[in-house]
Design a protein around this ligand. Structure first.
Ligand code: CCH
Length: 287
C-alpha cells in the first residue's frame, strides 16, 4: 500500500480469544449476581438477540444488536437483559473494534463454555445497525403457551422439532425473576452448570401447578423449589417432542453435541457471512 493508506486493524483469532478471556475473567470476578454468575443472563441476551429472526423476510437475528434501542429494548420479553448488556459495556470499552452484535454472541459462547458446556464454534462478522432495524414485538416465545405456539415461533426461524428440544436444554441454566417475566425460580438444582438435567427433571419429577398469585407455572411436587413454564411442559405433552427429550435425558454427550450445533445455527441466523469468514474455537480460561 501507499504511504498514506490508513492502517486498518484486522482482528485475528488471538484478538477474539482476548475478548473471550476478558469476559471469562469478569464472570469470575462478578459472582455477586444471582446464583453467583452472570453466565445465564448472558446466554439469554445472545438468544434474544438471535431469536427475532424471520426466515421469510430475512429480518431480525443477531446481526445488528438492535436491542440497544427502544422499542426493542422495551419489549416485555427483553426485561432484565439490561443487566447483561451493561455487564458487557466495559468489554466493549476495552476492545472497541468488536461490534456489539459480535460481542453479545461472544458473551453467550463464553458463558456456555465457562459453565462447563460444550465448545461453541464462533464466527465473527456481524455489523451493528441503527434503530430502524428494530424488530416488531412478539417474535420471541410466550412462556404461557403450549406446543403449537412453540412450533410456530421456532419454525419461523427455520428450526425443526429435534432442534427446538435441543435448544430448550439451555433452561438447565438460570432462573425466572418476578420482576422480569412474572415467573419465579430455577429449572434445575445447579443453574450455573450446563447439563442435561432439564430433560431428566422434566421426565423424572412430578409437576403440579404452583398455588400463588403469579402467572401459571409448575413446581416439582417433591421439593417445591424447581419450576417449569407452560412452554417447557410442551416438550413432554407433545409425543414428537417427548421422544427427543427422552434421548437427551439418557445421553448427555448427545445433548452437548446437538446443543452446540443448534446454538451455532441460532447465533448465525441472518448474518451475512462470506466464503472468507473464519470459525474460531476458543480455549476456556482454565485450559
Ligand atoms: Fe428461556 N426463558 N425461553 N430460553 N431462558 C427465561 C429465562 C432463560 C422461554 C421463556 C423464558 C429459550 C427458550 C425459551 C434462557 C435461555 C433460553 C425466562 C425467565 C422465561 C420466561 C426470564 C426472567 O424472568 O428473567 C420460552 C417460552 C422459551 C421457548 O419456548 C432458549 C431457546 C434459550 C437459549 C438457547 C436462559 C439461559 C434463561 C435464564 C436467564 C437468567 O437471567 O437466569
Amino acid at each position: 500500500g501507499g504511504a498514506f493508506e490508513p492502517k486498518v486493524f484486522k482482528p485475528e483469532f488471538k484478538d477474539y480469544q482476548a475478548v473471550y478471556n476478558e469476559i471469562a475473567k469478569l464472570l469470575q470476578e462478578h459472582d455477586e449476581y444471582d446464583d453467583g454468575s452472570y453466565g445465564p443472563v448472558l446466554v439469554r441476551l445472545a438468544w434474544h438477540a438471535s431469536g427475532t429472526y424471520d426466515k421469510e423476510s430475512g429480518t431480525g437475528g443477531s446481526n445488528g444488536a438492535t436491542m440497544r434501542f427502544a422499542p426493542e429494548s422495551q419489549h416485555g420479553a427483553n426485561a432484565g437483559l439490561i443487566n447483561a448488556r451493561n455487564f458487557l459495556e466495559p468489554v466493549k470499552a476495552k476492545f472497541p473494534w468488536i461490534s456489539y452484535s459480535d460481542l453479545w454472541i461472544l458473551g453467550g459462547v463464553c458463558s456456555i463454555q465457562e459453565m462447563m458446556g460444550p465448545k461453541i464454534p464462533y464466527r465473527p462478522g456481524r455489523a451493528d445497525r441503527d434503530m430502524s432495524s428494530c424488530t416488531p414485538d412478539g417474535r420471541l416465545p410466550d412462556a404461557s403457551q403450549g406446543p403449537r405456539h412453540v412450533r410456530d415461533i421456532f419454525y419461523r426461524m427455520g428450526f425443526n422439532d429435534q432442534e427446538i428440544v435441543a435448544l430448550a436444554g439451555a433452561h438447565a441454566l438460570g432462573r425466572c425473576h418476578t420482576q422480569n417475566s412474572g415467573f419465579e425460580g430455577p429449572w434445575t438444582f445447579s443453574p450455573t452448570v450446563l447439563t442435561n438435567d432439564y430433560y431428566k427433571l422434566l421426565l423424572g419429577s412430578k409437576w403440579q401447578w404452583r398455588k400463588w398469585d403469579g402467572p401459571k407455572q409448575y413446581e416439582d411436587k417433591e421439593t417445591k423449589t424447581l419450576m417449569m413454564l407452560p412452554a417447557d411442559m410442551a416438550f413432554i405433552e407433545d409425543k414428537e417432542f417427548k421422544k427427543t427429550v427422552e434421548k437427551y435425558a439418557a445421553d448427555n454427550d448427545l445433548f452437548f453435541k446437538d446443543f452446540s450445533a443448534v446454538i451455532v445455527k441460532l447465533f448465525e441466523l441472518g448474518v451475512p457471512y462470506t466464503d472468507k469468514s473464519e470459525t474460531f474455537v476458543f480455549k476456556n480460561l482454565d485450559e
